[in-house]
Design a protein around this ligand. Structure first.
Ligand SMILES: [Zn+2]
Length: 109
């Protein structure tokens, strides 16, 4: 893996690209990452993928809850759906905050 020293773009390959696809910096601006850095990037990619998948599940959960609230079968059901909707909203906020933390730390790659 190679990292652009100008914009932090990560290139995967045997050699650095001729120029950075993101910022256009020349090949010389790329530095090869060592095994430890590559490991950290792969780790954070997995972590981010998990968070994104969870985010998708929360969207689906909220959609189901809203459909259930609309369906309005009986008060017990509606209460459950409202709790699910509120939980999904709360969990999504926590998740966004966590993703933001990763981005601030430069873990998003
Ligand atoms: Zn770049």
């Amino acid at each position: 893996m190679w990292k652009c020293s100008v914009c932090n773009f990560i290139h995967e390959g045997e050699t650095a690209p001729d120029k950075c696809p993101k910022c256009g910096a020349p090949k010389e601006k790329f530095a090869q990452l060592d095994d430890k850095q590559v490991g950290l990037i792969q780790r954070s990619r997995l972590g981010n993928a998990l968070l994104m998948e969870l985010n998708g599940l929360l969207d689906a959960m909220e959609e189901l809850a809203l459909t259930g609230i609309e369906d309005n079968l009986d008060p017990g059901c509606v209460k459950l759906y409202e709790e699910c909707r509120d939980f999904a909203a709360f969990a999504r906020q926590s998740l966004k905050a966590e993703i933001q933390t990763h981005m601030d730390k430069g873990k998003w790659g």
